[in-house]
Design a binder for this molecule. Structure first.
Ligand code: ADP
Ligand code: ADP
Length: 226
């Protein structure tokens, strides 16, 4: 089992005094290599679920397990990618990919080889020495995916990765990300408010209710897309 939520509830304190329950009694499992999406209306706790998987928040009740181990803080097993790429603007694309590996102590020669391989995998060969501002928004998101894959985490978290892109680029990237991630065999959790995107990309979809988020439906996707 790559990822497991066991009866997870998250309650936030508020300034008004009344605590706010963001998610309530959420249980699900994601198999190794599986691509699962979490969809639901704004404010239903999708980001909270990702943050707890990444170890940025602790559940108030229940537990989150990655590869059978309880998540108790940020860790190298989980890699994430956000809406905005957060590439370092003063570094070239290849240097951005290598940067994440540097902090993990990967030797220089291996960093270069892994960065080059991932850029090719994400269809960015030829753009290694360009700077982020020289690339389109879609290409920057591909570079951000390359950076996440290069780190080789057990689980990839995608937080609305296409929300800042135009419709056509979005569609292209939804297809190419699903393919690239499937080739890499990565366990993935995507959060999105876009059900069509979830259908296009996932093996399975968890539908959350309005806040507090609880799982109200689970959809098995059976398209030959992956
Ligand atoms: P979604 O990603 O589905 O839009 P979120 O997980 O961001 O939902 O938020 C769920 C609820 O929890 C919202 O009402 C939000 O305001 C609240 N919330 C999220 N993070 C915090 C926080 N750090 N402190 C207080 N409330 C929070
Ligand atoms: P810094 O890492 O010092 O901020 P840059 O952002 O200019 O420097 O990144 C340059 C990085 O890209 C260096 O690690 C350099 O070795 C690498 N690099 C430059 N040209 C190429 C190339 N043609 N192919 C692969 N790597 C390159």
């Amino acid at each position: 089992m790559a990822l497991e939520f066991r009866a997870v509830t998250k309650v936030f304190p508020t300034n008004a005094g009344t605590p706010l329950t963001a998610v309530s009694g959420v249980s699900f499992r994601v198999d190794e290599g599986e691509f699962v999406s979490v969809v639901g209306p704004s404010g239903c706790g999708k980001s909270t679920i990702l943050s707890m998987t990444a170890g940025l928040y602790q559940p108030s009740e229940g537990e989150v397990l990655v590869s059978g181990t309880r998540v108790d803080g940020p860790n190298a097993h989980v890699g994430f990618m956000l809406q905005k790429d957060l590439l370092l603007p003063w570094r070239t694309i290849i240097s951005n990919i290598e940067f994440g590996l540097e902090s993990r102590g990967v030797p220089r020669a291996e960093r270069r080889a892994r960065a080059i391989a991932e850029l090719r995998h994400c269809h960015l060969d030829g753009f290694e020495t360009q700077y982020p501002y020289q690339l389109s928004g879609g290409m920057r998101q591909r570079a951000a995916l390359a950076r996440t894959l290069a780190i080789d985490p057990e689980i990839i978290l995608l937080d609305e990765p296409f929300s800042a892109l135009d419709a056509q680029t979005k569609l292209l990237l939804q297809n190419s990300f699903a393919k690239t991630i499937a080739e890499a065999g990565k366990t993935t959790l995507l959060i999105t408010h876009d059900l069509a995107e979830a259908v296009l990309m996932s093996d399975r979809i968890l539908v959350l209710s309005e806040r507090p988020g609880t799982i109200i439906a689970e959809i098995k996707v059976d398209l030959p897309h992956r």
